[in-house]
Design a protein around this ligand. Structure first.
Ligand code: AMP
Length: 393
């Protein structure tokens, strides 16, 4: 049966959606849009695949301080008008945490929903919004199958050692392990690697997902072997507002010497650190790149220094590198960041072609580079839409 799939990605302050033709879920969605500014003044926008903006209709003014569930409820009639006569066959959700048990996309039932709720403590800033989106659809469209696609699943192929912290065994047993995130993005890149690398796609590849949230994944045979994010989406690379890897002693200092409580530390580490904290100017790479302030340059330099260091830390798990892939907002668009990271990797024999890099070409490595360096746009929604197709058939 033909129709459409709706994908939803409910983040802390936005809900992104996309509508896919069910016969062609692997490519560009027919419509892509979002409600941004949730928690303050929500703003709706949507475009067709050809870039033409769509009329917001009743969504042009949304109530201030509305929550995710309410806003998604209000979005549904607008979406239904876009489907026209095509039936909505399934709704696919990006769900940040699947714990140890959800290793693949899963049809959501009341029991699955309970299990997702039990994982809230592992991702308190993200998981509740994913669950709110699922509830909003269940309320507005109770007969439509809903499918959860997890950011953690892709990493469950890792060896046990790559997933362990050096903590007492009892904590490991209760699930304090390195889960890894951005799995939908890595899954997409892994799925298209053969188009870019042919038979070498199954070699040693490191994917750098550099966006507001940033991480890296080392792959072999297009499967995750190790990754920079750990128990939460706070670990690893420096990010827009998040600190990345941090000596845990700093957290003890904040508590003991500065008297900060858990909520204050959470805000500091998740919202006031990273590019924003170091520059004191912005969390946005594009803004920092156009700034003359030395603090902006220091923030960019630190971002790249730490990215190169993280990449080096992943190398032993795959025994070297045949290809480096840049993706996500910064990875796809910032020639400066790619150049600064690759300069710090020249000891590995990695070299880029400046002209190709400045044009955001697909292959940006120089002829003599020991590893191919590629820029591949990610498409997390396509992974969710494909999962809808696969689970329904
Ligand atoms: P994402 O979270 O994947 O949407 O990525 C957002 C990040 O990508 C922000 O820091 C943006 O400033 C950055 N970004 C987007 N376009 C560019 C660009 N042309 N140059 C530098 N950074 C960019």
């Amino acid at each position: 049966m033909s129709g459409v799939f709706l994908t939803l990605n409910a983040g802390s302050s936005s809900v992104k959606f996309a509508i896919f033709d069910s016969n062609d879920p692997s490519t560009t969605p027919q419509i892509r849009g979002k409600i941004a500014g949730i928690g303050g003044t929500p703003v709706f926008s949507a475009r067709k695949s050809n870039g033409v903006a769509l009329d917001a209709g009743a969504l042009s003014s949304l109530d201030v301080l509305s929550d995710h569930e309410t806003l998604i409820g209000q979005l549904l009639p607008w979406l239904a008008a876009q489907y026209g006569k095509q039936p909505l066959l399934a709704v696919g959700h990006r769900v940040v945490h699947g714990g140890q048990n959800f290793t693949a996309p899963t049809l959501i039932s009341p029991i699955v929903l309970q299990q997702l709720e039990a994982l809230v403590p592992l991702a308190p800033l993200h998981q509740p919004h994913n669950i709110a989106a699922i509830r909003a659809i269940a309320k507005g469209q109770p007969d439509i199958p809903q499918i959860a696609c997890f950011d953690t699943s892709f990493h469950r192929s890792q060896d046990r050692l790559a997933q362990l912290f050096a903590l007492p065994r009892a904590l490991t047993d209760e699930g304090v392990i390195r889960y890894g995130f951005h799995g939908l993005s890595y899954d997409y890149i892994a799925s298209v690697l053969p188009e870019y690398l042919g038979e070498h796609a199954s070699g040693r590849v490191i994917v750098a997902h550099l966006g507001n949230g940033s991480s890296m994944c080392a792959m072999k045979d297009r499967q995750s072997v190790s990754t920079s994010m750990g128990f939460t989406a706070l670990d690893g690379l420096m990010m827009g507002r998040r600190c990345g890897a941090l000596d845990p002693g700093v957290v003890l200092y904040l508590m003991q010497a500065k008297g900060m409580d858990a909520a204050e530390i959470e805000t500091l580490l998740y919202r006031k650190s990273g590019l924003l904290g170091v520059s004191g100017i912005s969390n946005d790479m594009q803004v920092l790149q156009t700034s003359d302030a030395p603090q902006a340059h220091e923030a960019i330099d630190l971002f790249c220094f730490r990215a190169a260091g993280n990449l080096a830390g992943l190398l032993p798990s795959i025994g070297g590198i045949d290809a480096l892939v840049f993706t996500a907002g910064i990875g796809e668009n910032s020639a400066l960041v790619r150049k600064l990271i690759c300069q710090r990797l020249d000891w590995l024999g990695i070299a880029i072609d400046d002209a190709e890099n400045n044009e955001n070409a697909i292959t940006i490595s120089a002829q003599h580079s020991t590893a191919k360096v590629l820029v591949i746009p990610t498409n997390e929604e396509a992974v969710v839409a494909r999962a809808c197709r696969d689970l329904l058939t």
